[in-house]
Design a protein around this ligand. Structure first.
Ligand code: GLN
Length: 249
């Protein structure tokens, strides 16, 4: 039995569309495999996480207003977070949190919020919000991801950056590139809410495996879990996304 230490960044500011539900899924799946998830919150005014003490950072989504309330504090924690990631900690970031992992987020008022440059991207808000069910093809895992998006931000990945998936239905990063999210080693960013993980068990396991490898220093086998419910929820979300029509619809 291992303890996986999760650092929840800005739980009191960045938590829309039940993004907090992702932590419940991580805790449940870790427990099903005999591990414990120890959750610690880091918010505005809190000291940065001590080096080596966190295996997995999680940050949810939020409106422009909430992002503006945390951006300066997050920038102050950037060195500690970059060090932790360089030492192998994992990160899962959703929507507004994802945008702040890039170099900057320019909001609809044209205000540029600093990001922490953990991911090779930047985001600029557009007029029209991109809303609806999304389906992605994650070739790197041979799986699909299904979720829900609602964002004004258009995220532009640097040339050569790895997207999380190819958009089969929905807008994704910018409604044009055909890509959604970004992944760099054990850092994963996505626009997919829902929350994301209840209907994408395999991805929760991927993130947990990365965190466990950091916690124990070794890769672990992941015995399959009975995911009937998760797979059924995924199928429903995938059908809804496909009913929306193809990319950018
Ligand atoms: N405020 C950001 C945007 O509109 C992020 C929104 C969100 O987290 N859902 O793009």
């Amino acid at each position: 039995m291992s303890t996986i230490r999760l650092g929840h960044l800005y739980p009191d500011y960045l938590n829309i569309y039940a993004d907090r539900g992702n932590i419940a899924v991580l805790a449940g799946r870790a427990r099903s495999r005999g591990h414990e998830l120890d959750v610690r919150g880091f918010s505005v005014g809190d000291p940065p996480p001590p080096p080596g003490e966190i295996d997995l950072f999680y940050v949810g989504g939020g409106q422009d207003r909430e992002q503006a309330l945390v951006a300066a504090d997050l920038a102050g924690k950037a060195d500690a977070l970059r060090e932790a990631v360089a030492a192998g900690a994992a990160v899962l970031a959703v929507c507004g949190g994802y945008q702040l992992l890039g170099r900057f987020y320019r909001d609809r008022a044209g205000v540029e919020l600093p990001g922490i440059a953990l991911l090779p991207l930047n985001t600029v808000a557009g007029e029209r919000r991109m809303i609806g069910d999304v389906l992605l093809d994650c070739e790197w895992a041979g799986r699909t991801l299904a979720g829900f998006e609602n964002h004004a931000g258009r995220t532009h990945l640097d040339p050569g950056a790895e997207p999380l998936g190819r958009v089969l239905a929905g807008f994704g990063n910018d409604g044009e590139s055909g890509h959604e999210g970004c992944r760099a080693g054990r850092v994963y960013g996505t626009y997919l809410h829902g929350p994301l993980l209840p209907r994408n068990g395999w991805f929760a396991d991927r993130v947990l495996a990365d965190a466990l490898a950091h916690a124990t220093g070794e890769e672990h086998e992941r015995p399959a879990l009975p995911d009937e419910l998760e797979d059924a929820a995924h199928a429903v979300a995938a059908r809804r996304a496909q009913a929306r029509g193809g990319r950018g619809a």
